[in-house]
Design a protein around this ligand. Sequence first.
Ligand code: SF4
Ligand code: F3S
Length: 106
Amino acid sequence: TFVVTENCIKCKYTDCVEVCPVDCFHEGPNFLVIDPDECIDCTLCEPECPAEAIYPEDDLPDGQEQFLELNAELSRSWPVLTTRKEAPADAEEWDGKPDKLQYLER
Ligand code: SF4
Ligand code: F3S
């Protein structure tokens, strides 16, 4: 499965959702996650993310391993998103900021 990692938090560009053939992106207030039970590993979403926040589960950057379980957990309660929407106005300011997990809204 592919995994949305920390840099999506507060960036949430949503370009990723348009290309997913199986609609496995779920939306929270300031983060998106991939449902690992639905992802077919097509790889299409990975290059679409302007924040480079999407990785295959076998190639997660150091410190991002916990996001595999977090994607599974949050996808169970958050609704599916299939259409791109406007990113937060301050998305660019947050792109690349470290330690954003503390700002995750559920
Ligand atoms: Fe969807 Fe493909 Fe990305 Fe999996 S790898 S989340 S199936 S676009
Ligand atoms: Fe997040 Fe990147 Fe999608 S910032 S919403 S994973 S395009």
